[in-house]
Write a protein that binds this ligand. Structure first.
Ligand code: DGL
Length: 285
């Protein structure tokens, strides 16, 4: 069973792409609805909450956890991978945690994550890439740094949208969501003197839930990178190298949806985005 974690509903965009790509695999999803949104919280708190969530998913049988959340990945992934996991019995038992920034940077730069010096032709690319994210993701600067390592001449325009993830979680009406998306895009355009970005990264897993609004207000020439698809591509590659994480072949695939918050509310909100049939259960500590 593979675990997918997000602060709330946003990771469902990733989960949906993973289920479509790996129909034979079981997934456990955990939304930390008791603490959503993460985007404006202090970094230390995000690290602690993410570690707790990963441990819950490990304990419930996931050997691999995908952080289906840019904020958790940007702030906590490296620290958990380097400082926490190696010190635990989980590592010895073959558990692992992966984030979603690396595959997105790979796709945006067309460069493998392991390659951290500019190669031809990325060395000479002069594109403009817009990254939309939460306060904490943008403050981490991880997208800009990792893109510029591989493509030093690319212009990275980073735009905070501090309220959008929370507004999506709360199921605010379309007009309000559209206003927040328009404000974010206007901010990004102002940073680049009105020049259209070549590509846009919706660097918050909640944002694909309003991708149609980004599409409506971004210049037509801007290509939106689909992070859920990118993560599915990357996981396919990872599982081809580490097939034991996919679980036993031939077993009936299961989907478990867990929340730290109110399961009825989480199920009702999930329905708005993902259709009928998603039933959340309360995570028992
Ligand atoms: N969906 C998350 C992300 O990708 C977090 C949003 C939030 O909780 O602020 O950043």
């Amino acid at each position: 069973m593979i675990g997918v974690f997000d602060s709330g509903l946003g990771g469902l965009t990733v989960l949906r792409a993973l289920i479509a790509r790996f129909p034979e695999t079981s997934f456990a999803y955990l939304g930390d609805h008791a603490h959503v949104p993460y985007g404006n919280r202090p970094s230390e708190e995000i690290v602690d909450l993410t570690r707790l969530a990963v441990e819950h998913l490990f304990r419930r049988g996931s050997r691999l956890v995908v952080l289906g959340c840019n904020t958790a990945t940007a702030v906590a992934a490296r620290r958990l991978q380097r400082n926490w996991l190696p010190e635990t019995h989980w590592k010895a038992e073959g558990h692992n945690v992966v984030g979603i920034v690396a595959p997105t940077v790979e796709a945006a730069t067309q460069t493998p994550w392991a390659v951290t010096t500019p190669q031809y032709p990325q060395k000479f690319l002069t594109d403009r890439i817009a990254v939309f994210g939460t306060t904490r993701t943008i403050a981490s600067n991880v997208y800009a740094e990792e893109i510029r390592k591989r493509c030093p001449k690319v212009t990275v325009v980073q735009q905070i949208s501090s309220e959008l993830a929370g507004a999506i979680e709360q199921g605010r009406d379309e007009a309000e969501l559209e206003r927040l998306v328009e404000t974010a895009i206007a901010g990004a355009m102002a940073q680049s003197d009105g020049e259209a970005p070549h590509r846009a990264i919706l660097g918050c897993t909640h944002f694909p839930l309003v991708e149609h609004l980004f599409r409506r207000h971004l210049p037509p020439a801007t290509r939106i990178l689909s992070q859920p698809e990118i993560v599915a591509d990357s996981l396919e590659d990872y599982l081809s190298r580490h097939p034991h994480y996919a679980g036993a072949a031939g077993a009936e695939p299961r989907l478990v949806l867990l929340t730290t918050g109110n399961p009825d509310e989480a199920s009702a909100r999930a329905r708005v985005f993902a259709g009928e049939g998603l039933v959340f259960h309360r995570l028992e500590a």
